[in-house]
Each structure stands twice: as structure tokens, then as C-alpha cells.
Design a protein. Sequence first.
Length: 94
Amino acid sequence: MLISLSEIMNLPAGIQKRTAVYEPDTFVRLGVTYPILEKEKVELTIENLGGRKVKIGVETKVVLSVPCDNCLAEQKVEIPISSEVEVDFNQSVE
């Protein structure tokens, strides 16, 4: 999925909401691979803040199969994911 941020910056007080599919079937952390049992669609929100600034938000949820620390039986662990960042295109990259 491609999203044109310049298009959003040209809309006055523009907000775009998009839905995407999270494709991976596994999650890797510190060299350990966990199967993804369930996953929701990814909800993206991109908002024009004016002055070449945008706010990008993302929300989704996945359920991983994780072995129990005590008995090693597989457990379902629900992980909500939510993040938001403001990007200022006036700042130079250092």
C-alpha cells in the first residue's frame, strides 16, 4: 500500500483513514519466532497538521502463541499495538 503524504499535506485539515492487512504469520523477538494465531486489520490514520507537518497513527491487535515459562505449554497472548508519531517535513535529516 502506498500513501501519498504530499497529497494529504495539500488538503486543508485533511485526515485520511486506511485499513491494511498485516501479512506476516510469525513474530520474531530476540531470535525466538512466535506464531501469530490471530490478527486484526491495521487501522492507519494520517492527519495534516499544517505547515508541512503530519500525524500518523496506527492501531491493531495480534494474538501470539507463546510457551508458558513454567510448563512450556503454548498459551495465547493478546498484544494490542498502538502508536502515533508527528512528522515535520521542514526539519532536515541529520
